[in-house]
Each structure stands twice: as structure tokens, then as C-alpha cells.
Design a protein around this ligand. Structure first.
Ligand SMILES: Nc1ncnc2c1ncn2[C@@H]1O[C@H](COP(=O)(O)OP(=O)(O)OP(=O)(O)O)[C@@H](O)[C@H]1O
Ligand SMILES: [Mg+2]
Length: 332
């Protein structure tokens, strides 16, 4: 079963942190127990969840990692040491559960500035994996906001990850970041990492943007990943461009608290449903509620239509679901 999802791309501003936090909130709404692991400077994912932060004292994530800097490259962290360190620091931090979360919950291993120091001193790439293995029975899904490229923390994140999700803004300068991320995955496989590509999710996707179509086509035909054409790994839905994501971040609220326009976050509902099914949590898919309950007429960004450059690049949710049936509806 897939449990640990890393959101990664070696290019800034592609929507990593927005993807991590929006998915975390949605999966919790469906009733999943979600842990967010924020390894990305400057801690945008932690900041974006500040409406859920309880005012309780806890230690720092970097303090947790500090004792493990004595480990050497080949050393695994010992579960007993991890548990003791977690206990001493009251980590991960349980985030406040909203009444509408239907049994779901979120917790956070928050970013802090000390992680830069730790990154310079850490030698073992197995520390984060050891920590997550220690706590993973308490969670259904773990989401990692990946740290910067070419760092021991990134190696740690990769070795802890089952599936990588790559957010991608369809512009020419992002293709290089995509390339670097696919290389990272290949290197990981060579080093026996278990991470496979979950998929590429187009973000900041604007209706009627013909240039985006060209880039998506370039990407789709730019090679293979894990023996499959890259185009098989693009999610069929995309995340719409909307200033409300930025508003939500500034106010520290979910995007659905800033606007009632369901088109804004519809792509993330579809991504959350894919993730729940991929994680073997199909049973939770029936719990569509609150922000996850979309009207049939909601327009979703349709990757195939964006690539073809036809019309607005959107599809009606009801029609889209008929073609790309989520596991819940299969056979119905
Ligand atoms: N779909 C979207 N439409 C418009 N703006 C968005 C969208 N998704 C995210 N944003 C905004 O784009 C900016 C970058 O998003 P985000 O911080 O999630 O990216 P990131 O990949 O984590 O960036 P970094 O490399 O800085 O960590 C933020 O201001 C965010 O609010
Ligand atoms: Mg970020």
C-alpha cells in the first residue's frame, strides 16, 4: 500500500506547498488521518496551515533530527531512539480538527530554520524514513513537501517516499525542473529507493491558454518514465490558475473559505480522490462532504483539452467523471 507521498519538483513556485496543504485538508475532510512533513524552506506548508495550529508548546523538527547527525551514511535510525526523541519534543504537532472533518485529522512535522544547519551535518539518508516508519501506524497518509535539490534532506525525503507527485506549471522554464526531478527519481531507483512516480499534475492552468497547450504537448512527448511514455503519467485533470490560492495562503485558510467558486479547487478534489484510492482508502471515497462535495456542473480543467488547445480546456465535472471514473464509481 502507498502511504508516503512526496510532492517534489526541482523548480520553485510550481505549487508544491499549495498542493501538499490542500490535499492534506481534503484527505482529512474525507476522514483520513494525515501527517504533513514540511521540509521545504521557508516553511510555506506550515504557515499555510496556521488556522489549525493549536497553541501548545512543542519542540522543533530540527531538534528531533539533531541527535541523528551522528549516524554515518549507511546507518539506519533505530526505532527506539526515534520514539524517545519524538516523545521528548511532543512531535508531530496535532493540528486542530475541524468539526466537518468527519473523523479525519491532521498533524504536522513543521519546518523550522534549524533544518538548514541539520542539512549541513546529516550524513545518513535514512533518518526521515526511520522517523516516518515509527509514526506511520497513527496515519493513513503522509505528505512531504520536498526540500531543495541536491541536499541530504532531499535524499532523506526520497528514501522515505512511496510515490512522488510532481506539480508543473506549463511554461517553458518549468521543463528543465521537470527533467531534473525525473533524473532524481531515476537516481533514487538506482540507489534502491522505493519511490515511483504517482503522476504529474498541471497547476496554474488557465482556460484558453494556447501556449500552455504547446508546453503540455512538449512534455507529453518528451520521453519515458519507468518504461512508460510520460503522457501516461499526466493526471487527466489540472489545477486551475486562481488568485484565491494566494489569498488563502495570506489569510492562512483553506481556499474554499476565500471563494465559493468550486472551479478553483475542483482539480484538488479529483487529486485527493486519486490519492485516497491509490493509498487503498477507497472506503473513504464515499465520504464526500463540505468542500469535496462538488456540483455536477462544476468546470474542471481537462488536461487532454488543454493539450489539444480546443475550446476553453475545461469539462463539466459530471461528463469528466463518466470518462475518467474514479474507483468509487467503477462498474456503476
Ligand atoms: N493554482 C494556482 N493558481 C494561482 N496561484 C497559485 C496556484 N497554486 C499556488 N499558487 C500561488 O503560487 C505561489 C507558489 O505556490 P507554492 O508556494 O505552493 O509553490 P511552491 O512550489 O511550494 O514554491 P517554493 O518553490 O517557493 O516552495 C504562491 O503564491 C501560491 O499562493
Ligand atoms: Mg513551497
Amino acid at each position: 500500500m502507498q502511504r508516503v507521498y512526496g510532492v517534489a519538483i526541482n523548480k520553485g513556485g510550481q505549487g508544491k506547498s499549495t498542493t501538499v496543504t490542500t490535499l492534506a485538508r481534503l484527505c482529512a475532510l474525507y476522514g483520513a488521518r494525515v501527517l504533513v512533513v514540511d521540509l521545504a524552506q521557508p516553511g510555506t506548508a506550515s504557515t499555510a496551515l496556521r488556522d489549525c495550529w493549536p497553541n501548545v508548546p512543542h519542540g522543533l523538527f530540527s531538534e528531533l533530527l539533531e541527535p541523528f547527525t551522528v549516524l554515518q551514511e549507511q546507518d539506519l535510525s533505530h526505532p527506539d531512539d526515534v520514539l524517545a526523541a519524538l516523545d521528548a519534543l511532543h512531535l508531530p504537532v496535532p493540528l486542530l480538527t475541524k468539526p466537518s472533518w468527519g473523523g479525519g485529522m491532521m498533524a504536522l512535522l513543521p519546518y523550522d530554520e534549524g533544518l538548514g544547519q541539520v542539512n549541513r551535518r546529516l550524513r545518513s539518508p535514512y533518518v526521515i524514513d526511520g522517523i516516518l516508519r515509527t509514526v506511520d501506524s497513527a496515519f493513513d497518509i503522509i505528505l512531504i513537501d520536498f526540500p531543495a535539490a541536491d541536499s541530504i534532506l532531499q535524499d532523506n525525503a526520497l528514501l522515505a517516499t512511496d510515490r512522488v507527485l510532481i506539480p508543473f506549471v506549463a511554461d517553458a522554464s518549468s521543463l528543465e525542473g521537470m527533467d531534473a526531478t525525473l533524473r532524481l527519481l531515476r537516481r533514487g531507483r538506482d540507489a534502491n529507493a522505493r519511490a515511483t512516480l504517482g503522476g504529474i499534475i498541471l497547476t496554474h492552468c488557465e482556460p484558453r491558454n494556447k501556449r500552455a497547450g504547446d508546453i503540455v504537448n512538449t512534455l507529453m512527448h518528451s520521453g519515458e518514465v519507468e518504461g512508460e511514455p510520460l503522457k501516461e503519467r499526466l493526471f487527466p485533470f489540472a489545477i486551475r490558475q486562481s488568485d484565491f490560492f494566494d489569498h488563502a495562503f495570506r489569510y492562512g485558510e483553506p481556499v474554499w473559505e476565500r471563494t465559493q467558486d468550486q472551479r478553483v479547487w475542483a482539480g484538488y478534489v479529483l487529486l485527493a480522490e486519486w490519492l485516497l484510492a491509490d493509498a487503498g482508502l477507497d472506503g473513504l471515497l464515499a465520504n464526500r462532504r463540505h468542500a469535496a462535495l462538488l456540483e455536477d456542473d462544476t468546470r474542471v480543467m481537462d488536461t487532454a483539452a488543454v493539450a489539444a488547445g480546443t475550446g476553453t480546456g475545461e469539462a463539466r465535472l459530471h461528463d469528466f467523471r463518466l470518462v475518467h471514473a474514479p474507483p468509487l464509481d467503477k462498474g456503476a
